[in-house]
Ligand binder design. Structure first.
Ligand code: ATP
Length: 234
């Protein structure tokens, strides 16, 4: 459903994306792996409309989304949960979540989505009147994902959901990512934690200095010697 074809993007003179071609089929979890600075976040920015690629195509169900403003892209069902969480620290958990639903037309169904989000993340329900900034790192990450879910995405873009979290919390977050997918949301997952990402994903792409250098089924990449050596810490 989501396709990138030969996408190139620059920050001034920095050629951040040189050739990104990838597909995110409906119902799957696709992971985008690579070292720091490989271009993972930039790829997500070109999809969510925060950055316009200089070359290449980005299509959702065969229609181009390049040049659309970010809120239109959200309305089409592509919603990003950003790196570093970027929640609103002075707003309560519930207010943060409500903001995620701002582009929805079906306002009367919003309370149902609140229930769904609170089911994935019961801790957010317990803390619903607490200010976002007072949550722990793991809880803020849950809030960022929950806020993205409030928009009822078809495709959820997750930027490093495990960054800086303790191993047990990481485990929990990946379990919930799998659950969200099983309940019908397609996911593009950007991760540094290659092992964990490949364990939940169907397919993986490896990015090096702005180019896709390898892609395959996650079950294949996880057993590939060169991948293990470079990205899985072996
Ligand atoms: P990380 O995991 O460290 O975020 P990444 O794979 O997401 O890495 P990007 O953030 O997409 O990488 O960065 C790709 C390249 O673009 C890097 O060389 C980076 O220095 C550069 N870059 C990213 N953001 C900017 C910016 N706002 N201005 C200039 N250069 C940038």
């Amino acid at each position: 459903m989501l396709k990138l074809d030969g996408v190139q993007a620059y920050y001034g003179y920095i050629h951040a994306l040189k050739d990104v071609t990838l597909e995110v089929p409906e119902g799957k979890i696709v992971t985008l792996l690579g070292a720091n600075g490989a271009g993972k976040t930039t790829t997500l920015k070109t999809i969510s409309g925060l950055m316009k690629p200089q070359k290449g195509k980005i299509t959702l169900d065969n229609s181009s989304i390049i040049g659309l403003p970010p809120e239109k892209i959200v309305a089409k069902g592509i919603v990003q949960s950003p790196e570093g969480r970027q929640i609103f620290p002075d707003l309560t958990v519930e207010e943060n979540l409500r903001i995620g639903a701002y582009t929805r037309k079906d306002k009367k169904n919003i309370s149902k989505t609140f229930d769904e989000v609170y089911e994935y993340f019961p801790i957010l329900k317990e803390r619903k009147n607490q200010e976002g900034g007072t949550l722990s790192g793991g809880e803020q990450q849950m809030l960022a994902i929950g806020r993205a879910l409030m928009a009822k995405p078809k495709i959820l873009l997750l930027d490093e959901p495990s960054l800086g979290l303790a191993p047990l919390i990481v485990q929990n977050i990946f379990k919930i990512i799998k659950q969200i997918n099983e309940e019908g949301t397609t996911i593009l997952l950007v991760e540094q934690n290659a092992m964990k990402a490949l364990a939940v994903a169907d397919y993986g792409y490896i990015l090096e200095t702005g180019k896709v250098v390898q892609h395959n089924f996650a079950s294949k990449l996880i057993n590939d010697d060169s991948v293990k050596k470079a990205y899985l810490g072996e």
